[in-house]
Design a protein around this ligand. Structure first.
Ligand SMILES: *[C@@H]1O[C@H](CO)[C@@H](O)[C@H](O)[C@H]1NC(C)=O
Ligand SMILES: *[C@@H]1O[C@H](CO)[C@@H](O)[C@H](O)[C@H]1NC(C)=O
Ligand SMILES: *[C@@H]1O[C@H](CO)[C@@H](O)[C@H](O)[C@H]1NC(C)=O
Ligand SMILES: [Zn+2]
Length: 478
């Protein structure tokens, strides 16, 4: 557990649940690494006494304990699919204003693919306010790569249990909507064996119940349409569910956890040359992806060193294709077919480490996770509307220098365009409307939310020939 200082004013509203503890002084700061079970019990005991003895209002300097009891109570173990369902149900019951449980679909064997959406809603409002970016954190696409699955479950508990008392968490859930999918492959997980560092024979556990590697089963930007068509007929239910999910929500940023290495990998995972490895295949948004990858790696004490599992990755990050080529992967699907920028994050050398390692792994990954989630607020965001204020759906936001990756507006006319600091020209284009003037923006990413940049578009005027003035400009210009 970590102890956090708070001002007395903040502390007075921190009494809503029994595990929140208020003390007049900070007895000690304990990391989750060191004997966490003993430490947790110990700390709680000390804190109970302190809380009972201390009138809250009189406290000159107070502290609250950040609640991380979920790491050790119950003792660390991997939750099975039924337990995930129960946990998400419990979080929804306890925190109805924060958590919504749902399922994105079913596996080959009929298991639900459980998801949890987290965002702070206003008292009565069901509808989330405009321009709150959507993030997703997914794991366990390879069913025997399990650490990420448990990190996602810890994250769900950390964010809900600490919303009321930790300003950083409050800020995050007040300004973003975070969707968690702890297992993309529940059937694979059920077949995998704890303690196995490598995949079983015939990749049982890595694949889904039909023996398919789901991270090769997504539409690929480099395959021709006939191949995509053919492959779509054989698409696995898990892949289809993920594709529908990713296409149906305007996700902006995503992390996808794997295991068997320790590195943050960014797109693309393949190239036109289809070399096996060792050649970069970069997206137009390489600067944003490197920012995302560095953010995760730099905050992870082992990943940032770049020497793990007999691999060397400078600063703990790599371009996917440079590492090794893969086709039909989920990461490239996200970037190539949607507005979502996804990283593939490998968390451990051992694919299915024993549960005893989970507390220490949470400690290593927590800061990385929180910092990565905050990156949903870099760049610019805004609304594209017509002159009467109606949202324009599916308008393109085009940034100078990044023309190859237009971002599309949502049904509500919203867009988010992740950018690293710099000067950019941004333009909005939509079918049936005149293109906006390019707007120059200076992105610094120094604010807690993306820079606001709205566009109002005018409809195309049609002349007596029925030829729009927009095309007129192009056809009849001298
Ligand atoms: C954890 O606690 C045990 C028993 O109390 C002790 O022997 C061990 O040295 C402790 N380990 C660490 C890392 O503090
Ligand atoms: C989060 O939102 C709630 C409700 O609007 C507000 O009371 C609280 O101050 C906000 N917290 C932060 C850190 O912005
Ligand atoms: C690293 O390589 C050495 C030599 O090939 C091998 O003995 C060792 O088990 C490997 N370690 C890991 C973590 O893969
Ligand atoms: Zn994997």
């Amino acid at each position: 557990m970590r102890v956090i200082s708070l001002t007395p004013a903040q502390a007075t509203c921190a009494s809503f649940i029994s595990f929140i503890v208020i003390m007049t002084s900070i007895p000690k700061v304990i990391g989750v690494n060191a004997n966490s079970t003993a430490a947790a019990n110990n700390d709680a005991a000390i804190a109970d006494v302190a809380a009972a003895a201390t009138p809250k209002s009189a406290a000159p300097s107070v502290a609250i304990v950040e609640d991380e009891s979920f790491i050790t109570h119950p003792p660390p173990h991997y939750l099975d699919n039924g337990e995930i369902s129960a946990l998400f149900g419990k979080l929804q019951d306890l925190f109805p204003h924060l958590a919504t449980k749902y399922s994105i679909g079913k596996t080959v064997k009929g298991r639900q693919m459980h998801a949890l959406a987290l965002t702070a809603r206003s008292e009565n409002g069901k509808k989330v306010e405009l321009l709150r970016p959507l993030i997703k954190v997914t794991a366990n696409l390879h069913g025997d790569e399990t650490l990420g699955r448990q990190m996602v479950l810890f994250l769900a508990q950390y964010l809900t249990l600490n919303y009321a008392n930790v300003p950083e968490v409050q800020q995050l859930l007040n300004t973003t909507e975070i969707h968690l999918l702890p297992s993309c492959n529940p059937d694979g997980f059920a077949a995998a064996k704890e303690g196995n560092c490598e995949s079983l024979l015939n990749y049982v556990g890595r694949t889904n119940a039909a023996g398919i590697d789901l991270n090769r089963d997504f539409p690929d930007r480099l395959e021709n349409q006939q191949v995509t068509q053919l492959r779509s007929h054989r698409r696995q239910p898990e892949t289809a569910a993920i594709i529908n999910w990713v296409l149906s929500k305007p996700f902006v940023l995503s992390a996808n956890f794997h295991g068997g290495a320790i590195v943050a990998s960014y797109p693309y995972d393949n190239s036109i040359a289809h070399h096996e490895c060792c050649e970069e295949s970069l997206t137009p948004d390489d600067r944003v992806f490197k920012l995302m990858a560095h953010t995760y790696a730099n905050n992870h004490p082992i990943m940032r060193q770049g020497h793990s599992c007999n691999d060397t990755f400078t600063d703990g990050i790599t371009n996917g294709a440079h590492w090794y080529e893969l086709n039909g992967g989920m990461q490239d699907f996200n970037y190539a077919y949607t507005n979502c920028f996804e990283l593939t994050i490998e968390l451990s050398c051992c694919k299915f480490p024993t549960a005893a390692t989970l507390p220490a792994e949470w400690a290593r990954n927590k800061r990385s996770l929180l910092q990565l989630l905050k990156l949903a607020h870099v760049g610019v965001k805004g609304l594209v509307t017509d002159a009467s204020g109606y949202p324009i759906t599916d308008a393109s936001i085009v940034v100078s220098g990044l023309e190859d990756k237009p971002i599309r507006t949502t049904k509500r006319g919203e867009y988010w365009r992740l950018l690293t600091p710099g000067l950019y020209n941004v333009q909005a284009l939509a079918f049936g409307y005149q293109p906006s003037e390019p707007k120059q923006v200076h992105v610094t990413n120094e604010n807690s939310e993306a820079l606001r940049l709205d566009f109002t578009l005018s409809p195309l005027e049609t002349n007596y020939d029925g030829i729009s003035s927009f095309y007129g400009q192009y056809f009849f210009r001298h």
